[in-house]
Write a protein that binds this ligand. Sequence first.
Ligand SMILES: C[S@@+](CC[C@H](N)C(=O)[O-])C[C@H]1O[C@@H](n2cnc3c(N)ncnc32)[C@H](O)[C@@H]1O
Length: 333
Amino acid sequence: MNWSSLDWSALDRLRSQFLGGVTPSVPYWQSSADLATYDFTYGERIGWKWDAVLAELRLRRWLPSETGNLRVLDWGCGSGVAGRRVVKWLGVERVASLSVWDHSPIARRFAADKAQEAFPGLSIQEPPKSEAFCDLLVISHVLNELSAEAEVSLLASIAQAHAVLWVEPGTHSVARALQRHRNNLRSQFSIIAPCTHQADCGLLSAGNERHWCHHFAAPPAGVHADGNWVRFAQRAGIDLRSLPYSFLVLDRQAPFTALDPDHGPTARIIGRPDAFKPYVRLLGCESDGAHELTVMKRECPVLYKQLERARGPLLYRWQRNGDRIVAGQPCQP
Ligand SMILES: C[S@@+](CC[C@H](N)C(=O)[O-])C[C@H]1O[C@@H](n2cnc3c(N)ncnc32)[C@H](O)[C@@H]1O
């Protein structure tokens, strides 16, 4: 697949599907060409979100526990971009098998073939049913397509998994749905990310309804100046500079470990900090809840500067005085 062989009419059809907001009752993939076109464009863009999530897991020094013998399942695989990103991140030698599940048999076949092509030595197993057991369950951009029945089936897969890597769009409704799943799954799993704590989700408390737990990934350098990507973005109605996502990483076996236990509690900035001349305003999430906080330029000039151009996982250690941050620094790898 390359830009000149891209099926633009298939992209337009997929765009209407994705923007339609209607739960599809039947699979919308019509051919493997649809999936190839998706994989090269929408799928690649989702891959950039996965790159951000997996980079954060490196920062957090987290890997699934049974790293010698992992059975990985990509649920709702589509073209299989998420499963392939995860296998690459783990290293193929750590993966006993990859299974791909989708209610579309065309997608299952495409994702399996593409993974085999990318990792010739990898064992690809067809899952016997949608709720197959696995060590590591990979879920990507499925929540807003699932019927109530399909969501129950996904939750049954989660109930059998040792660890879960789940990435979704960064929209208000999907991110808040993921927050609710996080709260419900808290008794069975340690929350590895995005949270820096195991307490109730602060954004679900009364008064925080307008907020949602989302983050921004950085697209690869040069994408905005690439004529093909620009044309795709215009056609798909996408802003190439903005890659909002929500995510959840769960581990049944690993106990929760604070990011940097020797240096006190850590916090996460939700969304992007807003920079004004005299201060930065941000929404910070910690074990005692989510708070709207300010960083005064004159009080914390270094932190102010960092926050003005903040990128990557916005994980910080800071001290607060009321709703002001009076000292702080980013968590380092
Ligand atoms: C937006 S695509 C995302 C594909 C892929 N996970 C990714 O991140 O690129 C959503 C996928 O979920 C699949 N899907 C929708 N409903 C499903 C269900 N009930 N069971 C399994 N897969 C489903 C669709 O066929 C489609 O491949």
